[in-house]
Design a protein around this ligand. Structure first.
Ligand code: NAD
Length: 317
């Protein structure tokens, strides 16, 4: 019998990997956290530093720098390794270099005998989740990208600030590519249980003219941060920790992860950000939103763009 030991390995201990680890430790999400990086000294230093704070944390957690063979009995392996966006670069610019890194890493993980759930954060995340799934041979349900979880929390934050409402009471999703073609689903955004489209123009805090401004701001947040501090990591740290928690606690939480579409939304053979049910079997269901015509068109455009990038990775393209 597989013992569910809440053991998580993180591959890549740069800004994103360590922010995920820090969020997980602070929230007491895992019992064992293994850090793996091509730069072993870095992962060792990060493990010592992170472990230093554990006596003040929520739970006892063992944090150590390991190797690929340590993934063998992990419940989850989170992959964050790869080049990050530089100022002026889009996420899709990173594709060929990070696809090669992803294949090597997944091969190493699978050689260990790993049989758990892969969570991918490296960019471009939707394309790399597909690459990881193909390289792993795991069922699609057990390969999950962070998708639009970060964009969605940014969306909730923006609306929360405008309306002076707790962001946890803002319900709505960004879907599609985690990137420039992502789509804000205004038709299904709720404040509490009230549709946002019934709230706009009833308050000076939010007019219909503000909606495209807000979705553009959400889309461009990463560029704003990267221009100022070269990388984004706390937001994705919290978002990935949320996904890992949903899996380890078998929550059946609805999260906008990058999941495999097999006919849903009229799309086939692609991973992209959509609300999906997440628990200890991975993604068990996809929530199909009844998008309006404009949202449908934008979502299809976003998926088409992802498919074009995926096609460019084929050997003869
Ligand atoms: P970083 O440069 O700080 O860290 C990357 C780490 O990966 C480094 O420590 C490096 O040594 C390691 N690494 C590189 N190749 C490796 C390999 N083959 N095996 C093991 N380790 C290897 O970068 P970062 O800021 O942490 O970003 C990491 C990735 O996360 C990037 O692709 C970035 O675009 C992505 N990211 C994703 C989101 C999201 O929402 N999904 C948000 C922010 C960043």
């Amino acid at each position: 019998m597989k013992v569910f030991n809440k053991k998580v390995a993180i591959i890549g201990t740069g800004f994103v990997g360590t922010s995920i680890a820090y969020s997980m430790i602070n929230q007491g999400i895992a019992n064992e956290l293994i850090l793996v990086d091509i730069d072993k000294a870095k992962s060792e230093g990060e493990a010592i530093d992170l472990l230093d704070g554990v006596s003040w944390g929520q739970e006892n957690v063992n944090v150590w720098a390991g190797d690929y063979q340590d993934c063998q009995d992990a419940d989850i392996v989170v992959i964050t390794a790869g080049a990050n966006q530089k100022p002026g670069q889009s996420r899709l610019d990173l594709v060929s270099i990070n696809a090669e890194i992803m294949k090597t890493i997944v091969n190493n993980i699978m050689k260990s005998g790993f049989d758990g759930i892969l969570v991918i954060a490296s960019n471009p995340v939707d394309v790399l989740t597909y690459v990881a799934w193909q390289a792993s041979g795991l069922p699609v349900s057990r390969v999950i990208g962070t998708g639009t979880t970060l964009d969605t929390t940014r969306f909730r934050k923006e609306l929360s600030q405008r309306l002076a409402i707790d962001p946890r009471n803002v319900h709505g999703y960004i879907i599609g590519e985690h990137g420039d073609s992502e789509v804000a689903v205004w038709s299904h955004t709720m404040i509490g249980t009230k549709p946002i489209l019934e709230i706009v123009d009833t308050t000076e805090r939010l007019t219909s003219d503000d909606l495209p401004i807000i979705s553009d701001k959400v889309k461009n947040t990463a560029y704003e941060i990267i221009d100022r501090k070269q990388a984004t990591y706390y937001g994705i740290g919290m978002s990935t920790a949320r996904i890992v928690k949903a899996i380890l606690n078998n929550e059946q939480a609805i999260l906008p992860v990058s999941a495999y579409l097999d006919g849903q939304y009229g799309q086939q053979d692609v991973f992209t950000g959509i609300p999906a049910v997440v628990g200890n079997q991975g993604v068990t269901d996809i929530i199909e939103l009844n998008l309006n015509t404009a949202e449908k068109e934008l979502f299809q455009k976003s998926v088409t763009q992802l498919k074009q990038v995926m096609a460019s990775l084929q050997p003869n393209a």
